[in-house]
Design a protein around this ligand. Structure first.
Ligand SMILES: [Zn+2]
Length: 259
């Protein structure tokens, strides 16, 4: 029952609005999930297990305290272990910022941290990713997760990210990627129900396939497919309930735009 309600809400309410109200209800559920079996490495709290989450609800997914999902806990660990994100002086652009990260990144004294989004009330700068309102080579780091599958021209969006990155800059650009040989895209499909049928969600405009990384390089970005999760011990994966499979798309500024 709980699972079917969660599935319905997730299908019909955009995540950015969910994030605004859901934490109030989730605080209550913290009491029911008291325990020590799993630890959210984003907020540091431990639970008996995480809440179920997803269109087809996944068990042990959502942190009731900070709303981090499996992929957020993975990204946090990646940033800790593979980058200087928590210590180096960095200017960061966070596009469509995830609720669980905002406050924590804002508190990091080494960061100059800018959040941006077209409509999310969580972000400070209102912007269209097709035309990022910052000068060339402004940022050391750009995060842009679960955005590209919603935007009309993903290559242009990535060109903009490439443009605002400093020459030594890097970014993480995650999107849902499916077991398809090639990305499925059809701009003539605009009906939400039809989009859900073809692309998997009512507000998705394409469904990425295994060409995702190669596709993004058309923007000029360099894209490494990092299978970070396969480098982690099983007990860490279980403790933080990390995704069973998730490639991290680690991008660096390309020196020249690809033709
Ligand atoms: Zn948490």
């Amino acid at each position: 029952m709980t699972k079917s309600i969660i599935s319905w809400v997730i299908r019909h309410v955009p995540r950015k609005y969910l994030q605004l109200v859901s934490h109030i209800f989730l605080k209550v559920s913290v009491l029911f999930y008291a325990g020590k079996n799993v630890t959210c490495n984003v907020c540091g709290k431990s639970f008996r297990k995480f809440l179920p989450y997803g269109r087809v609800a996944r068990e042990n997914a959502l942190c009731p305290n900070c709303l981090a999902l499996e992929r957020h806990r993975l990204m946090w660990l990646f940033l800790q272990r593979q980058t200087g994100f928590f210590s180096e002086p960095l200017k960061v652009l966070h596009i469509a910022p995830e609720h669980c990260f905002i406050e924590r990144f804002e508190r990091l004294p080494n960061l100059e941290y800018v959040t941006a989004d077209l409509e999310s009330p969580l972000a400070k700068v209102k912007m269209d990713i097709h035309k990022i309102p910052f000068g060339n080579e402004t940022f050391d780091v750009v995060f842009c997760n679960h955005v590209l599958e919603h935007v009309s021209n993903d290559i242009q969006a990535c060109s903009e990210i490439n443009r605002v990155l400093k020459p030594t800059g890097w970014g993480i650009i995650q999107s849902p990627v499916y077991d398809l040989a090639a990305t499925l895209e059809d701009p003539s499909i605009t009906d939400p129900a039809e989009r859900e049928r073809v692309f998997g969600q009512r507000d998705h405009v394409r469904k990425y396939g295994q060409d995702y990384a190669r596709r993004l390089t058309r923007s000029g970005l360099q894209v490494d497919e990092v299978d970070f999760i396969s480098t982690l011990p099983a007990e860490i994966i279980a403790l933080h309930a990390l995704p069973s499979r998730e490639i991290i798309y680690f991008c660096k500024k390309g020196l020249e735009a690809a033709g």
